[in-house]
Design a protein around this ligand. Structure first.
Ligand code: SAH
Ligand code: SF4
Length: 398
């Protein structure tokens, strides 16, 4: 059964078919299901209720804590029952199309859903942490003008299984099973890959709850950040039901400029957005809201812009820090990155007002680790590949 779920489109809602969680061979995918949902699936497959509750608990631990991908390794479950489970259920991962490692240690994956849609994931190691950048949608409906993902048509929301599956795949790749309390390479998660997470709220929430569960992937909510371009009506709900750190893609301080570069601003304006930030549950001086600000030459990078940013943060009494992101150019992009001196000056003005404003170092440039760039490189390659095949065919016919 394919149900329809609504995703707000460019500005207004567009229904997008929700993919099946039952695979071609009829097996039900377990990754992405809560304990209760696993139990219900077992009961539906014919297991007795009391037993299903116990097995669900064991399966949860095996899948999310031990990283099991095969029922055979589950020694706490009787052998015949493992076979019974394997016939009806599967524990998958997103398919890997390409995995690349940059000279600076950044790893990037181009992944594919079972129904053939490409999406991306990036791991950025640092001295004191390792951050996984996770996607929430295939493409994005919001069309921010500086963002490459915004130039792709939204294909669909990722399921909770596909979202949490990214984290599990990264754990596989870093050999970090079982979930350990200390010394992890993968220590932080940012929902900053492809897509707008607050337009796929339920799946993002369900996935992050598994990530935060103490007997699941066991990552603290303090180490998880959700980035939104400013979907104001969902922000409070996100704070209440997910409770992770909030990052807001502000990028401009005037209506004119933000309307141009973040078209969602025409629906939810700057003042409304900043009020929602001030009201965000759990934000305080110890847990600041991050404002992301992409530096675009002669567009949003003047001294006046920096001073206006400070004024706005003060006006709304926001516990804020600002992340300055040098614009990562892509072929055909309508903007250029501000000069290093400009970025530094902009940072200094904010910093002198007592607000932290670090410049984010670009990472993984050699593997095009910016938003949406690996996917388009792969598409180009496959188009070139298709052209070559077409030429071969023509040559064979001649
Ligand atoms: N849709 C969400 C999360 C994904 S984008 C959002 O917009 O917040 C993650 C961050 O990367 C956002 O701050 C986005 O504005 C920024 N970004 C997108 N394209 C970029 C580019 N070409 N150069 C620099 N930053 C970019
Ligand atoms: Fe979508 Fe975020 Fe890119 Fe805007 S910046 S198009 S919201 S992914």
């Amino acid at each position: 059964m394919t149900s329809l779920m609504s995703i707000p489109g460019h500005i207004d809602p567009v229904p997008v078919p929700r993919p099946e969680v039952v695979s071609d061979d009829g097996r039900v995918a377990l990754v992405g299901l809560s304990r209760d949902a696993i139990r219900d699936a077992l009961i539906e497959a014919g297991m007795e209720a009391k037993q299903a509750k116990l097995r669900a608990k064991q399966l949860w631990h095996q899948i999310y804590n031990r990283g099991a991908t095969d029922f055979e390794v589950m020694s706490d479950i009787a052998k015949p029952q493992r076979a019974w489970l394997a016939e009806r259920f599967k524990i998958g991962r997103p398919n890997v199309v390409v995995q690349q490692v940059s000279t600076d240690g950044t790893r990037k994956w181009l992944l594919k859903t079972d129904d053939g849609h490409d999406f991306e994931m990036v791991f950025i190691p640092d001295a004191d942490r390792g951050t996984l950048c996770v996607s929430s949608q295939v493409g994005c409906t919001l069309n921010c003008r500086f963002c490459h993902t915004g130039t792709m048509r939204l294909v669909r929301n990722l399921t909770a299984g596909e979202i949490v599956g990214q984290v599990m795949l990264a754990r596989d790749s870093l050999a970090e099973w079982p979930s350990q309390p200390e010394g992890r390479l993968l220590s932080n998660i940012v929902m900053m890959g492809m897509g707008e997470p607050l337009y796929n709220f339920n799946n993002v929430r369900d996935a992050l709850r598994i990530v935060m569960d103490g007997d699941g992937l066991a990552l603290s909510k303090r180490r998880i950040t959700l980035s939104t371009s400013g979907v104001v009506p969902m922000m409070e709900k996100a704070g209440e039901e997910i409770g992770v750190n909030l990052a807001v893609s502000l990028h401009a301080v005037t209506k004119e400029v933000r309307d141009e570069i973040v078209p969602l601003n025409r629906k939810y304006g700057i003042e409304e957005l900043l009020q929602a930030c001030a009201d965000y549950p759990g934000a305080n001086n110890a847990r600041r809201i991050t404002f992301e600000y992409v530096m675009l030459k002669d567009k949003n990078d003047s001294d006046e812009d920096a001073r206006e940013l400070v004024r706005l943060i003060r006006k709304y009494k926001l516990p804020a820090k600002v992340n300055l992101i040098p614009f990562n150019p892509w072929p055909g992009a309508p903007y250029e990155c501000s000069s290093d001196e400009r970025v530094q000056r902009f940072s200094d003005i904010i910093f002198e007002a007592g607000i932290s404003a670090p410049v984010r170092r670009p990472r993984g440039r050699d593997i095009m680790a910016a938003c949406g760039q690996l996917k388009s490189a792969a598409e180009k390659k496959s188009r070139a590949e298709l052209d070559r095949l077409a030429e071969e065919k023509l040559a064979a016919l001649a």
